[in-house]
Design a protein around this ligand. Sequence first.
Ligand SMILES: Nc1ncnc2c1ncn2[C@@H]1O[C@H](COP(=O)(O)OP(=O)(O)O)[C@@H](O)[C@H]1O
Ligand SMILES: [Mg+2]
Length: 150
Amino acid sequence: MNYKFTSRNELDTLELAQNIESEKFPNMVICLEGELGSGKTVFVKGFANAMGIKENVTSPTFNIVKEYLNGELPLYHMDVYRLEDNYDTIGFEDYFNKEGVSIVEWADLIKEYLPEERLVIKFKVIDENTRLLIFEPFGKIYEDLCESVL
Ligand SMILES: Nc1ncnc2c1ncn2[C@@H]1O[C@H](COP(=O)(O)OP(=O)(O)O)[C@@H](O)[C@H]1O
Ligand SMILES: [Mg+2]
């Protein structure tokens, strides 16, 4: 089952991320898909902020993974847009099992490395400020989460 959420502005996306954050658990994996400028990093900012992370979250485009360790759980923020053939050297699986929360931008580019159980969120640009978010939960824990948050 898929779930849809229409975000009317940046604040809507930040608030949605905050609501999902309230259901976080160790080894949670959230996969973000959607074109540049669709709001993936905004979502991560909202999530990180709700976790109590003080640093300014920016897209880790050049270093692929950014670790934020001063929040309620570790947050691993990955952006695999510029990842080329060095998939194996990053060690994604290790991050997914480190008891933190992993959020991956452009996750569709590393499908074979993703855990079976995960939350996929697809961002679609409707107009300047409107985004359609489509949630695809894989696994009961993520189904339940969508059921309670959306
Ligand atoms: N409803 C919305 N949700 C999220 N961002 C929005 C929305 N409307 C406009 N924006 C703007 O779109 C841009 C999204 O940027 P960003 O999150 O970096 O995209 P991505 O990480 O997907 O490339 C920001 O400039 C943000 O202010
Ligand atoms: Mg981004």
